[in-house]
Ligand binder design. Sequence first.
Ligand code: ADP
Length: 265
Amino acid sequence: MPGFEALGIDVGSTTVKIVGLDDEGNITWHLLEEAEPWIESQVVRFLDEAKKVNGPLDGVPLVATGYGRGLVNQASRQVTEITCHARGIYRELGHGGTLVDIGGQDSKVIRISQEGKVVDFAMNDKCAAGTGRFLENTARRLKVSIDNIGEEALSVSEEVTISSTCTVFAESEVISLIARGVPVAPILRGLHRSMLQRIVAMIHTVGLVPPLMLSGGVVQNPAVCWMLEDETGVKPILPCHPQLTGAYGAALLALGISSQEPSFT
Ligand code: ADP
């Protein structure tokens, strides 16, 4: 069974991800689950799962990131998502550029230098527009699964303009469009556009220095990638596991921590 030398955990607002690395920084194990309201007990369970794979975790450093990182008392260190996402993407792709991370309830744009340093960033964690939540809520209204919304949106070339950027008002707008007999796919396309225009505004704030790199669960949606290219004119690059980028970066930082530092059991 694969063991690991370091662990990174990303306690996001929607999902919790943990990654184990070998001594060369390769991912040997990971786990991803929806975030539960009782984060501390979920973290204990994740670490119990890690022990099943690795045996005792004495001396294995753990770095925590994400919105709930402060609740991970077992961590050797807690580090911001900005630093961890930048670290993870730079290690995997090997170059700087502009990283767009779209999570369940927040989104961020991070400009990374060719040396891997964070040059500038912008973050939206105040409003559901421009996050996965916007698409999830409206997809639920349309009875379309989150795994299919992207393909369905791309299945047509017509696009309905959604004028509401607010998630709550967009839901009402969707309901009235359906009541008027407008088909689902063009509405989905318009919803993606509305969500991504919020992201593109953030990209312009930080400045788009290509390549455009993506992370977060939402970028697994093909319409998100297609529309980002359509809006910016730059083809985005994805890591192998975009939803694990933050946890991967945290684990890489943990790998840099001396084994003399406090461990956890
Ligand atoms: P966070 O770190 O903020 O908890 P994640 O980066 O884990 O968020 O992303 C969670 C979001 O990703 C959710 O909004 C979910 O709907 C979306 N998501 C996950 N998988 C897919 C997929 N295959 N297609 C589209 N969206 C997805």
